[in-house]
Design a protein around this ligand. Structure first.
Ligand code: NAD
Length: 506
């Protein structure tokens, strides 16, 4: 039996329950259907089969979940940090115990290759461990003394949070929001993406089994314009942590305005990888290929534009094309596959529309540019693609395609590289490859991005800030930065003696 066959058998065992019962909401510690009884269908992008029907949440379901989160908040806020730490470590243990199950289901629900989803499941556990250890110190602040007064600050959890996540790596991304919110003492309602809902329910169940009290974590499934919108408008929800498209971020900001919601946005990107001729070109090639063709290119920090110094442009793009042509497209549950099917027929249509556009814009397609003639299954596959000879003003060089599509642009010198890199609406990540450290620093300072990696791909350090500028985001996650969002800073000022108080009406 091949590994793929054995994984498909394991998957059937895991999925049978969802096929039979459907996927419900998880509110106040229990599974439930929608108040109105509506459902929608969730099909796999791998073979188009129905995975399960899913409860279609509306305003009434969000109301139930937000009230459950509001009611659970006082007790969770008062739970000592050390106790919250232990519970969150128990969640991490549970995730590790079920990591293979999570990876298989996530892979089948999203089309992402199993080799990456195995790592993502483990990273989900790491997120919980990291924030578990920070829970006891989350309330810490500063002391700011003056001659007459002692000011000191402390942080208090803001209240129930709305967490809204996308479909690209849903399990890992949701833990990145849920773990710090709970460590801070907040409760929450999670609205996962309608195209990949399965692991959100699984996570809530694991959390419940690990000892997270009822009402602290609630999940409401449904469509963005229905349950998502209702969540951002609910009075009991104090802040919204959102990951998704820039245009959805704008809508959420408007929807949350009447109730003055605090928002944290991780949005789209069109991230440049800038390769100078003096770089270690072998390593730059490995990193550029990895950052666009891993995770199906459905990755916010993907290096979707490669800016190459003109004197090495032809050779470097030729080598990129050779590597792209060899990317192993395959069934995502086959552990040797590097590229799986895209999430949905609508997304496939969007990504492939850029192939025609590239031809119209006069770009050369050096690799891919089509769906495979013999797809490994009845899914939404597309070949690893490289556009070359692009100009910074072309749409293929400016718009987020969110698939395995890399656009190569030539540049002449640092100023030109910076002008091209910064001439897009996005500013999430940038990657600079050079052997000259002075140049690396100059580029890092001037490039418009929230995160810059020099001579590296996206290697994460959890205490470091994560987030974007311009249309790529508002706010930062990671380490203590997460607590700045999930908590309010309070200043307490004590007079130390009898300072002079201005007298009026004497
Ligand atoms: P999306 O914006 O379409 O949907 C994201 C979530 O928002 C879904 O759960 C959806 O149901 C919900 N939603 C949609 N409309 C809503 C509304 N009016 N009110 C409330 N919720 C609403 O994004 P997507 O297509 O699922 O994900 C892809 C996008 O996510 C890409 O742009 C990608 O760059 C971005 N992303 C960013 C990061 C980051 O860290 N910056 C990480 C991953 C993905």
């Amino acid at each position: 039996m091949t590994e793929l066959e054995s994984n498909l058998i394991k998957l059937e065992g895991r999925i049978a329950r969802f096929r039979k019962e459907g996927l419900g909401h998880f509110i106040g510690g229990a599974r439930c259907d929608s108040v109105c009884g509506d459902t929608f269908e969730n099909h796999s992008p791998v073979d188009s089969r129905l995975i399960c029907t899913v409860a279609r949440g509306k305003k009434a379901d969000i109301d139930r979940a937000a009230c459950a989160a509001r009611d659970a908040f006082p007790a969770w806020r008062e739970t000592p940090g050390a106790e919250r730490r232990d519970i969150l470590h128990a969640v991490a243990d549970k995730i590790l115990e079920h990591a293979e199950e999570i990876a298989l289901l996530e892979s089948y629900d999203t089309g992402q290759a199993l080799r990456f989803m195995r790592k993502a499941a483990v990273r989900g556990a790491e997120n919980f461990r990291f924030f578990a250890d920070k829970a006891p110190e989350a309330a810490n602040g500063l002391s700011l003394p003056t001659g007459s007064h002692m000011n000191f600050t402390l942080r208090q959890p803001i209240g129930p949070i709305g967490v809204i996540t996308p479909w690209n790596t849903p399990f890992m991304l949701s833990t990145w929001k849920i773990a710090p919110a709970l460590a801070a003492g907040c409760t929450l309602v999670h609205k996962p993406a309608e195209w990949s809902p399965v692991t959100a329910t699984l996570l809530a169940e694991f959390m419940h089994e690990a000892g997270v009290p009822s009402g602290v974590i609630n999940v409401v499934h449904g469509l963005g314009e229905e349950s998502g919108k209702a969540l951002t408008e609910h009075e009991a929800i104090k802040a919204v942590a959102f990951i998704g498209e820039s245009s959805t971020g704008s809508a959420i900001m408007a929807q949350g305005a009447p109730s003055l919601k605090r928002v944290h946005f991780e949005l789209g990107g069109k991230n440049p990888v800038i390769v100078f001729a003096d770089a270690d070109l072998e390593r730059a090639l490995d990193a550029a290929v990895f950052m666009i063709y891993s995770l199906n290119g459905e990755r916010c920090t993907s290096s979707s534009r490669v800016l190459v110094e003109r004197c090495i442009y032809d050779e470097f793009t030729q080598r990129l094309a050779e590597r792209a042509a060899k990317i192993k497209l395959g069934h995502p549950l086959d552990p040797s596959s590097e590229l799986g099917p895209l999430i949905h027929a609508r997304h496939l249509e969007k990504v492939t529309s850029y192939f025609a556009l590239a031809r119209d814009e006069g770009v050369r397609i050096l690799a891919g540019g089509a769906s495979p003639a013999k797809p490994p299954s009845d899914g939404h596959y597309v070949e690893a693609t490289l556009f070359a000879g692009a100009d910074k003003d072309m749409r293929v060089a400016r718009e987020e395609i969110f698939g395995p599509v890399l656009t190569a642009i030539a540049f002449d010198g640092e100023d030109d590289a910076l002008a091209i890199a910064n001439d897009v609406r996005y500013g999430l990540a940038a990657y600079v490859w050079t052997g000259d450290m002075g140049r690396a620093l100059r580029m890092a300072l001037e490039v418009e991005a929230g995160m810059v990696w020099v001579n590296s791909e996206n290697v994460r350090h959890l205490p470091a800030p994560f987030g974007g500028v311009k249309a790529s985001g508002v706010g930062r996650d990671g380490g203590d930065y997460s607590f700045d969002f999930y908590m309010e800073t309070k200043n307490i000022c004590l007079a130390m003696g009898e300072h002079q108080i201005p007298k009026l009406g004497v």
